[in-house]
Design a binder for this molecule. Structure first.
Ligand code: AMP
Length: 302
């Protein structure tokens, strides 16, 4: 099973109420690829600049991620900087420096055009569209976006949603995109734009699947210590898509594999906030996910 992702590979400067870390490894595609795990064949389409450290590329390849679609360009890598509020949910973007992403024209390698699962991670919608045009009949397409693109490139975003099966956004993005306050109304409006399923992430309050004919609300695992939630949403998507691929699900499947994948997404995302950057995902030991899945199940029954 092959999962193709297009999205940022980046350096992030993150400020939390406790600490500030400069230029740590980040990017939506980076988190997604590491989170989807070694048993999925993950293929990355992205661009990195001259300052992207070879050791960071090796970190991904050592974990089975295929970087044949990553272009090396002459310029600075994407740099994002953000500051978390005391609740670790709200955050302000302080800077988005596109760097080499500004002139990026994604090229999907010939051998990847038949990729089965496609994740259009949070990036300019025109890049998401170009990748979508280069893949032939994928079994499932999911898309993430953010307030920046909803506000500045709304028409382009709405233009690709008819080809998207699952939209994955956080609650404020769902409200911004739909113009609705209620999440149920927001999901219904978004379904009217194209996707037949909508996943709304709510940070430490969990995530909700608005499926084709069911709704599932999954709590987040309760973590004793939160250091840096950056990338938790992308890692949720990685765990979610890998579970769908393992289950051989496609857009015509009923809600059952999607409901199960919500648990995998939740467990995968839970490793991220415990450490900065990708450290929580990297440190995750064999068996840790199974233990957390069991804990999550006990949290969901009376
Ligand atoms: P998440 O916390 O899951 O929403 O993802 C955060 C990651 O998204 C960070 O590692 C950033 O590098 C990346 N990111 C933030 N803003 C953007 C943007 N406008 N376009 C692409 N990637 C972004």
């Amino acid at each position: 099973m092959s999962i193709l992702v297009v999205g940022s590979m980046a350096y992030d400067t993150v400020e939390t109420p406790q600490e500030r870390r400069e230029r740590q490894l980040g990017g939506a595609a980076t988190f997604f690829a590491l989170a989807a795990g070694a048993d999925a064949e993950v293929r990355v389409v992205a661009v990195v600049g001259h300052d992207f450290e070879p050791s960071h590329l090796e970190l991904l390849t050592a974990r089975g991620v295929d970087l044949a679609g990553v272009e090396h360009a002459d310029g600075p890598s994407f740099h994002w900087s953000g500051r978390y509020h005391a609740d670790f949910i709200e955050r302000d973007t302080l800077a988005t420096e596109l760097g080499v992403f500004a002139d990026f024209r994604p090229q999907v390698p010939e051998a990847w055009r038949a990729s089965e699962y496609v994740f259009l991670a949070n990036i300019h919608p025109s890049l998401q569209r170009q990748v979508l045009e280069e893949v032939e009949t994928p079994r499932l397409v999911a898309l993430d976006t953010m307030n920046l693109w909803i506000e500045t490139t709304r028409e382009e975003l709405l233009g690709i949603l008819p080809q998207v099966d699952v939209l994955m956004v956080n609650d404020s993005e769902a409200r911004l995109l739909s113009g609705e306050r209620s999440l149920t109304a927001a999901a219904e409006t978004i379904k009217g734009f194209g996707p037949s399923r909508v996943v709304i992430k709510k940070g430490e309050h969990g995530a909700v699947l608005f499926g084709r004919d069911s709704v599932l609300s999954v709590p987040a695992l309760i973590l004793p210590d939160v250091k840096d939630p950056t990338g938790a949403g992308d890692s949720f998507a990685g765990g979610f898509m890998a579970a769908l691929a393992r289950a051989d699900a496609d857009r015509n499947s009923d809600d059952a594999p999607y409901r199960a994948a919500m648990l995998d997404g939740t467990v995968t995302a839970s490793f991220v906030p415990e450490a900065f950057s990708v450290e929580g995902l990297i440190a995750c030991e064999d068996g840790a996910a199974a233990t957390r899945l069991a804990t999550l199940r006990t949290m969901m029954i009376p």
